[in-house]
Design a protein around this ligand. Structure first.
Ligand code: TXD
Length: 319
């Protein structure tokens, strides 16, 4: 049995980090695709030369030719432009929609059996468009945002409670934007829900509210600090967790932007919900009960995604 093949479409900050992580974990051979000519080849060569020191065996190839992604088991898409300070994710819509068209057609022609993870922003609209352009089954195309947003929430909660990040679980639902929904009732330390921890005096409602707000603007905080580009270490790690769940049939339950067909009262939209990822891609969408406040936020988030899709359809008549 040969190695798995992982194609990274977009070899920028996240793409390069994805390649590094995938190589370190020996997930398979790696193809870095980008429209920039030399850059993907340079990154692939650099990473290949780290192999002897780190002790990983992975083929690494940089390319600008879609034929090289042929037969990929997993395709992770970061192609497009990231935010600059002051920009919202939605400001990226026009440019990145065109990129999704090219990428979707490239995947359709060369890697139609792949599990595709979209990272490009504005995420919920781009993953929907990428699915449309690629024509792949809905269960094989998913968006990465929830794992990252939950990781941000977990990090802040672990700091607040002064406990290991390992023992903090958190749920963030809804679209990847300012309307995302961190659900504190389903966020725990070793199974103890956050509202109980507040009652136990570990924190206060005000402090948790501030953490929720910081989580919502977690991406923007990093954009501001970096001054150029957006986060890449945590986004890459999050997508790798999803890819591993697929490749190893782990059936992890992860919050992802998944295609809904009536769940949560939503039809034909990608939005962040808990899903099980295994060898069949998205194997199950998990419908959890939301309290009134969370439901209202979730609906607001869904509405924001719907508006983006209307804008996409206006820009691209074939959608
Ligand atoms: O949670 C999430 N989903 C995200 C999303 C978290 C952080 C960042 N997120 C978004 O990921 C961000 O807003 C961007 O839309 C993507 C990629 O972010 P990255 O930081 O990796 O951007 P870069 O470094 O600019 O890399 C993008 C690469 C760059 O090398 C371009 O040359 C390339 O994409 N690019 C293309 N590649 C292939 N095909 C086409 N058409 C193309 N256009 C640009």
């Amino acid at each position: 049995m040969g190695r798995k093949k992982i194609a990274l479409v977009g070899a920028g900050m996240i793409g390069g980090t994805l390649a590094h992580l995938a190589a370190m974990k020996e997930m398979g051979d790696i193809v870095l695709f980008d429209i920039a000519e030399g850059m993907p080849k340079g990154k692939a060569l650099d990473l290949a030369q780290a192999g002897p020191v780190e002790g990983y065996d992975a083929g690494l190839k940089g390319t600008s030719d879609y034929a090289d992604i042929a037969g990929a088991d997993v395709v992770i898409v970061t192609a497009g432009v990231p935010r600059k300070p002051g920009m919202s994710r939605d400001d990226l819509l026009g440019i990145n929609l065109k990129v999704m068209k090219a990428v979707g057609e490239g995947i359709k022609a060369n890697a139609p059996d792949a599990f595709v993870i979209c990272i490009t922003n504005p995420l919920d609209a781009m993953v929907w468009a990428l699915r449309e352009f690629s024509g792949l089954p809905h269960n094989k195309v998913v968006g990465m945002a929830g794992v990252l947003d939950s990781a941000r929430f977990r990090h802040f909660l672990a700091e607040e409670f002064n406990v290991s990040v390992e023992d903090v679980t958190a749920f963030v639902l809804g679209g990847h934007g300012d309307t995302m929904v961190p659900v504190i009732e389903y966020s725990t330390v070793a199974g103890i829900p956050v509202p109980d921890l507040i009652k136990m005096g570990w924190s206060t409602q005000e402090r948790i509210d501030a953490i929720v707000a910081r989580t919502r603007s977690g991406g923007g905080e990093i954009v501001q600090l970096l001054g150029n580009g957006s986060a890449y270490y945590a986004p890459a790690t999050s997508a790798i967790a999803m890819a591993e769940s697929y490749l190893k049939d782990k059936k992890r339950l992860l919050p992802c932007a998944a295609h809904l067909t009536g769940q949560y009262g939503v039809d034909d939209l990608y939005v962040g919900v808990p899903v099980v990822i295994g060898a069949n891609g998205v194997e199950r969408v998990v419908e959890i009960a939301l309290n009134e406040g969370a439901k209202a936020n979730f609906d607001k988030s869904v509405h924001a995604v719907q508006e983006l899709l209307v804008a996409c359809k206006g820009l691209e008549p074939s959608l």
